[in-house]
Write a protein that binds this ligand. Structure first.
Ligand code: NAG
Length: 182
């Protein structure tokens, strides 16, 4: 569910990736004069069902599509939604690798998370600025699949190390600090 929500947020983020200035007839492009919700409604109202589906990051056979394809008729560029920064920037060349989330949680230090996340964000932004000119793909966007706020409930789950553990209070506090830091 959280990932779906992220996908939708990533879709909304294409509003921030418009490639040219405002065009008459496309109210969603009026960045400074229209409220965000109005712009979203306008953009969504102009998409075909197929375009919506592709922006939600799944191809016709359920295959992941990253970047989400451009919509040239609306002046919308591609969007690299598949970026991971759970414990450092992933999939995008050399970067600082912090301990996995479960290890960070074992410090019981929200302040530490608050410093790890901005260090990651700085590298992410630097890589984005360096490569954004026509280069799209995994690890090259600015919306991260992080942090994982699922509670660790079963030791058999293969992704437990990506969580902050089994305590909802600790997980919530650490995740909050991570998000604020990011
Ligand atoms: C959650 O953690 C904070 C910080 O350690 C603590 O002050 C608070 O009492 C905790 N809340 C619960 C419900 O355990």
């Amino acid at each position: 569910m959280f990932r779906l929500a992220q996908g939708f947020l990533a879709f909304l983020a294409i509003l921030g990736c418009l490639t040219t200035a405002a065009i008459p007839g496309y109210p969603f492009r009026y960045v400074s004069t229209l409220p965000w919700a109005t712009r979203v409604d306008n953009l969504v109202s102009q998409l075909t069902l197929e375009e919506m589906q592709l922006q939600m990051a799944r191809g016709g056979r359920g295959i992941l599509v990253s970047p989400a394809p451009p919509i040239p008729r609306l002046g919308v560029g591609p969007y690299s939604w598949n970026t991971e920064c759970l414990h450092g920037v992933a999939y995008n060349g050399a970067a600082t690798s912090f301990p996995m989330a479960i290890g960070l949680a074992a410090t019981f230090s929200p302040e530490l998370l608050y410093h790890v996340a901005p260090a990651t964000a700085l590298e992410l932004r630097a890589k984005y600025d360096y490569m954004r000119h026509g280069v799209y793909g995994d690890g090259r966007g600015l919306s991260c699949f992080s942090p994982v706020i699922n509670i660790m409930r079963d030791p058999r789950w293969g992704r437990n190390p990506e969580t902050y553990g089994e305590d909802p209070n600790l997980s919530g506090i650490l995740a909050t600090h991570f998000v604020h830091g990011l």
